[in-house]
Every structure is written in structure tokens, then in C-alpha cells.
Write a protein that binds this ligand. Sequence first.
Ligand code: NAD
Length: 456
Amino acid sequence: MDYSTIVTKQRTYFQSQQTKPLAARKAQLKLFKQMLVVNETSIYEAVHADFHKSAHEAFLTEFAILIKDIDEARAKLSDWMQAKRVPTNLVNLPGRSRIQPEPLGVCLVIGAWNYPVQLSFAPAIAALAAGNTVVLKPSELAATSAQCMADIVAEYFDPKIFTVVLGGVPETTALLSERFDKIFFTGSPAVGKIVYQAAAQHLTPVTLELGGKSPAVITPSAALPTAIKRLVWAKFLNAGQTCIAPDYLFVHSSIYQQCLDLLGQEIKKNQYALDNHNYVQIINERNLERLSKLIDPNKIVYGGQIDQSTRTIAPTILKDITTTEPIMQEEIFGPLLPVLPYSDFNEVLQYIAHNEKPLSAYLFSNNKTEQTRWTQQLSFGGGCINDAIMHITNPNLPFGGVGNSGMGAYHGKAGFDCFSHQKAIFEKPNLLEAPLKYPPYTKAKMTWIKRLLKFS
Ligand code: NAD
């Protein structure tokens, strides 16, 4: 089926009003959950085939998140859908005002490969909950997961409500020439710009979930080794191929050597290896090569081993890195952690503020002044104090970037809002009204208008 036929069929169905009632939305969410539960093992097998992600990690970072998303949406949907009364201003009295969320229509979701199922299905769940139809284009780099999603969605869903389209750049380019009512993209800032430009042709609203370099800082007041334990988990989860992984680490010079030692010890404790299912592969040869080039052998304090045959890079700690080195110029998106010493917290803040706004930022500190400056002076999508990555797991926190790391947000209610338009309605009773706004315009009317609007 060609793309314009898919979009036309979905738009016709959307316009039939059948996606809008609460019961219809809940039915789709129920079906979604059923599809996931029945195919749980196939999903783990597919993700494992792509880059050896274990069932343990796939459960935590793909499956469980989706099930929780569906449960939350089903429980709260009727409240989210309610029109909200808002006060009516003096000029419009008597009258009533409300904000009515309405679905946008036919939504295109473009996924990334690093959490291939979660990043494709989570926006789709939010879009269906908000009463839309969905065309999903997962990443071709996690090909087995993409095929698995296409197969199970085709088995459970009517394509006029939800369908999966497979392909890479040419297919996505063709899809983007269609008119959608919303485009939700997860991927790199470079491709985000292409998507944004394509959307502009139809004035389609977009949410861009992008990436970049997310900083972490350990100050002298931090609780070591708890900070290191949390940081190591966050960095090497998915072999560092996480959009909100700490990309690089600033450590105060007074605790620099201690932190380097603790980082090594913590990595050892975690026993990262493919054969004990504690680690994942680099997604492809191209990324393996790109990452290999970022390792300066003279700076390795831990790890550094590259195995071409298993497509893995050991968790690697690099010391005495300066901000001018190649590893500090691009998002790493792999298991390499450059550690930079600092002596003045102001310089750290300045460095981060002078670069692109990060998707996430992590401060390990028990100093209230540092915490306040971190959250108030820096702009970033979201983040944690004394932890890393975990902010994404709270559905009450909107997840998204700012500036170069993206626009818009989702998860929980934010996901519902992301796929809804907030329609403003003003309702006026047929009572007599003061004739002030109607011609003929007179001086007396103007005086009254100014008085009412408090201009005199
Ligand atoms: P990518 O931008 O290369 O690809 C993302 C999607 O865009 C894929 O589906 C791909 O097929 C499509 N695509 C690629 N090139 C295209 C083109 N020229 N025209 C149209 N479509 C194209 O990103 P990726 O490698 O899949 O993911 C890595 C990036 O995504 C990193 O920057 C990472 O930080 C970011 N990311 C962000 C989030 C988030 O939630 N903010 C989550 C995961 C990944």
C-alpha cells in the first residue's frame, strides 16, 4: 500500500469520529496491552537479536515502561479528556469559558533504535489515548525489533487506526511528504532539522525528542560512592547508547583521583559482559568505528578493549580530558566516559551554559547553593540531583528537550497533551448586552469601554 493511501484511510476513519469516544480509546489501549503481554517473549527475542539486550534490561527499559504507560492512561483518561472550566473575564459576562482537549488527527511517529520498542510504542500509546490514528516508522537500524513491531501491530490493529511502516531514509523521506496532523520524532538533532523542515511544508506541529551531550558533575559535597554507583549504572546501561546517559563528567580536583578509582571499582562490580547478559552490543559497525576513534589510548584509566567480532566496547573511563578534544565535540552515545577535572564550579556552569542546551543534566552534590544554581542558571530538558536517568521513570514529569535537544514533551498527562489541541470555547447566553462594542462608535461608549477595561 502506498503512503498516501494509508494516510487517506486513516484520515477518513478519524473524520468518522470513531476514535474520539472514551470507550473507543480505552478499547485501543486494552488491545495494545494484550498485544504486548501476549508477545512479551517475541519482543525480548527481537531486541536481543538486534544488539544482545538481555530480557532483564528489555523488561525494565522497554516492556514495563509501556505497560505502566497504558495502565496510567486507562486510569486517568476520562479525567484528561474532560473540558476544563476557566473563569470568564468581566467584558464577556454573562458567559462561560472552557478548554476542550481534542485529538489532532493522523499522527506520524518516527522512532530511534536505542530503545527500539519503547521509543516507538510509547508515543503511539499517547497518540491513541488522545484519540488519534497512528502511522509508526521505527528505526531500520534495529531491524528485527522493527519487523516484530510491524508483525504484531498488523495482527492486532486495524491499519486505519494504527499501522507500522518499515524503512530507512528513502521511506521516511517519502512519508514526510504526506500531510500529517502531528509528527513525533525521536532521533538526532541533524535529522530533527530535516523532519522540522518537512513538517513546515504542511504547517504540521512537531514534537522533536533529540539528543546531545548531557553533563554530569560531582562536587566535593557529594555522597561518594553512592554517586559513582548511580552514575556508572546510568552511563553503561545499554552500553551508553541512551539519549539521557551522562555524556561526560566533571569532577572537582580534590576528589578526582578518588572518583577515578571508585569508577573502576564500580565497573568491575557490575561484571559487564555479553555472556552474563549484563551488557549490550554497539548497534552496528559504523558506530563501533566512530566510537573507537574517540578513544585516546593515552588517557584510558579503565577499559578501552574493543572486540570487533562481538561488536562490543568495554566500559571505558578516560582521564585528564580537556574540552577541546574530539570526544567533547559530539554526542558520544556509547560506553566511553571522559572525566574532566575542575577547580571552580562557576567554570563548569559557564562551560555548560555556553554549549547547546542539553537533554539532561546531573548534579551530584549535597550543597544547597550548588543545587539551586544548577537548577536555576542552567537550561536543560530535565535531570536529577544525586541521581541520573531516573527522572524519565516518573510519569508525572514531562520528558523532553529544549533548544538543540528538542521541543515538546511526553509521558503521562504530558503525552496526552502532546497529541491534543487545547480548543478554547466561549459560550454566550442570548441575553441583552451593553451595546458598547457595536457601531455607531460614540465618545460615551469609548469612556465606558475604557472604564471597564481599566484604562482610565
Ligand atoms: P537518527 O536521527 O539517525 O534516526 C532517527 C530516525 O530518523 C530513524 O527512524 C531513521 O530512519 C530516520 N532518519 C534517519 N535519517 C533520516 C533522513 N535523512 N531523513 C528522514 N529520516 C531519517 O537517530 P538514531 O541514530 O536512531 O538515534 C540516536 C540519536 O537519537 C541520538 O542523538 C540520541 O540522543 C537521540 N535520541 C533521543 C531520544 C529522546 O527521547 N530525546 C531517545 C533516543 C535517542
